[in-house]
Write a protein that binds this ligand. Structure first.
Ligand code: CTP
Ligand code: ZN
Length: 140
């Protein structure tokens, strides 16, 4: 097992479903930041069998909405001074803004440039969200 050291200050995104780590890495823009980042794939986990895990040595702001959408089972651990100070378990967000795009070609958001389109969760089973402008259903 490859050994990755503990963080002094930063964020550990844990319990990522195996193979979802790279998607989350890209979605969070971690390929564009200057801080130290590790993506570990296929880590052995007692609870999950295999999992992915990301460690970021930084205090960049993370958009947690998007994580909840990609993988609602992840745990976000915040580390300061080498100590774990906060553990947040995510859920499927009831609302997301600025992440999804409407797939209805007639929707105003596809005719004009509209920023920060809000979608609200309408079906947790299928993870479908409704566009605030036309109510069309979309998922990630
Ligand atoms: N971690 C870290 N640096 C620290 C403290 C913790 O990188 N200074 C990492 C640990 O390696 C682990 C994650 O943060 O991957 C969560 O730490 P901890 O809560 O101590 O582990 P678990 O008890 O296994 O977490 P859980 O109960 O959420 O499974
Ligand atoms: Zn729409």
């Amino acid at each position: 097992m490859i050994n990755v050291s503990k963080l002094k200050k930063g964020i550990v995104i844990d319990h990522i479903k195996a193979n979802h780590g790279y998607k989350i890495f890209k979605q969070l823009g971690l390929d564009r930041i200057d801080d130290t980042v590790v993506l570990m794939r296929n880590v052995d986990s007692r609870k999950m069998g295999k999992k992915d895990l990301i460690k970021i040595e930084t205090d960049v702001h993370l958009n947690l909405d998007v994580l909840g959408l990609i993988d609602p089972d992840v745990t976000i651990n915040y580390v300061e001074n080498g100590e774990l100070v906060r553990k947040v378990r995510l859920e499927l967000p009831l609302e997301v803004t600025g992440i999804l795009t409407c797939r209805n070609p007639r929707c105003i958001t596809n005719q004009e440039h509209v920023e920060d389109i809000r979608f609200r969760l309408v079906d947790p089973e299928t993870k479908e969200y409704a566009c605030e402008y036309c109510e069309a259903r979309t998922h990630l």
